[in-house]
Design a protein. Structure first.
Length: 374
């Protein structure tokens, strides 16, 4: 972990630029894979997703990934997207999109400069270059149900290999986690680390909170928790609970935490309103919550790249617009303290006010996760 916070504080534009550059590295891999796999032959004329999937032999379970890939290539400018009779149709703009052979890594040089400007270590991104084309060269990841046939998935998403460590410790990601932890450190000594993964947030809390702290980590992945339990947290007493947070928070005492960290996973939560109410309950009055690295609907040009990335995961995501998240937080009773953004990933720091909260209106029922009822 190598981000020097002192150098990037107060420089939010660089953070956005770096994130978008970061996504360019990935979207270029998508285009490189499409070109090598003769994807563009299947979109010579305007065609529906079903027609394109049929021509390419896409496995039915990978339709979501195909849709996301088409959107990503359209946003890059490689495909033209239209709507005909309520259906999206796509046609190639060029037979060969602009990709660099070998690494498929057009965004890299600029990203390196941005990272150097941060005081981050651009060499930490070498895993992308080492990996070559993360999606392979033959579109086989679209043609099979097996996640382990996806080089991208195997390298980045597997919890049995160690490659996910590169993803979770890269500077762009660690930056947000460290800022979130710094924001929380002042609240006290007892923290909840939701979707804690292999314990990097807990580790950061142990480093940053003066005088020691107690952290309860929760995650749905046994492999992640096994990893988290192996770590020595000097200065922190850490306990971990296995739990799918889509089924609710584990039983925890009311008003019992000074701060809650939810880094890199709130987009996996379907009933966000219900989870926010539970977080509000377990947080002490005056305590802080940071929802960090939360992927949402932004309309920015990195959105479709990351949507494609998430489409390769087994877990569903439920992204909503940042404004809707703010409304949900305030309906729950939280008071906003700070927000910052890195492309389509947002960070929001809120507090549970001291004194009883009177809701302005009744909590609204959730319909679709990305739709706010009238
Ligand atoms: C991108 S990692 C972030 C890990 C950690 N917060 C960090 O900062 O490194 C996402 C984590 O969310 C966990 N996760 C995803 N969906 C979850 C759910 N429904 N309940 C609990 N954990 C979940 C995954 O197992 C994974 O460990």
């Amino acid at each position: 972990m190598c981000v020097d916070m002192a150098r990037i504080q107060g420089d939010p534009y660089r953070m956005i630029e770096a994130t978008v550059e970061h996504s360019n590295v990935v979207s270029n891999q998508v285009a490189a894979c499409a070109a090598h796999g003769r994807f563009f032959d299947a979109v010579e004329h305007f065609s529906t997703v079903g027609e394109i999937g049929g021509r390419l032999g896409v496995h039915p379970t990978k339709t979501k990934a195909l849709v996301a890939m088409l959107k990503c290539l359209a946003d890059r400018g490689d495909l033209e997207e239209r709507e005909v009779a309520g259906k999206k149709v796509y046609r190639r703009k060029t037979a060969a999109p602009q990709v660099r052979e070998g690494t498929g890594d057009l965004g890299r040089a600029k990203l390196d400069r941005v990272m150097d400007g941060w005081g981050g270590n651009a060499a930490d991104f070498n895993w992308i270059a080492r990996a070559g084309n993360l999606l392979g060269h033959d579109l086989s990841f679209l043609k099979t149900d097996a996640a382990d046939k996806v080089p991208f998935g195997r390298r980045l998403l597997s919890t049995s290999g160690m490659d996910w460590k590169y993803l979770l410790t890269e500077p762009v990601y660690d930056l947000g986690r460290l800022k979130a932890v710094r924001d929380l450190a002042n609240y006290g000594s007892r923290f909840l680390d939701l979707a804690c993964g292999p314990g990097f947030g807990t580790q950061r809390l142990a480093e940053v909170v003066v005088g020691g702290c107690e952290v309860v980590g929760v995650d749905m992945s046994n492999e992640m928790l096994e990893e988290a339990r192996r770590v020595i947290y000097s200065g922190a007493k850490a306990t971990f609970i296995l739990r799918d947070l889509n089924t609710g928070l584990p039983p925890l005492q009311e008003n019992s935490f000074d701060g809650i960290l939810f880094n890199g996973a709130f987009h996996f939560i379907q009933d966000k309103r219900a989870r926010l109410l539970e977080m509000y309950r377990v947080l002490r009055p005056g305590g802080g919550l940071v929802l960090a690295h939360n992927f949402g609907r932004s309309g920015l040009n990195d959105e479709s790249t990351w949507e494609f990335y998430f489409a390769l995961l087994k877990a569903e995501i439920y992204p909503i617009e940042f404004e809707d998240l703010r409304i949900m937080l305030s309906d729950t009773g939280f008071v906003e303290y700070d927000q910052y953004h890195r492309g389509s990933f947002s960070y929001i720091h809120v507090r549970k006010p001291v004194g009883e909260f009177q809701p302005a209106r009744q909590p609204l029922p959730m319909t679709k996760a990305n739709e706010r009822p009238e």
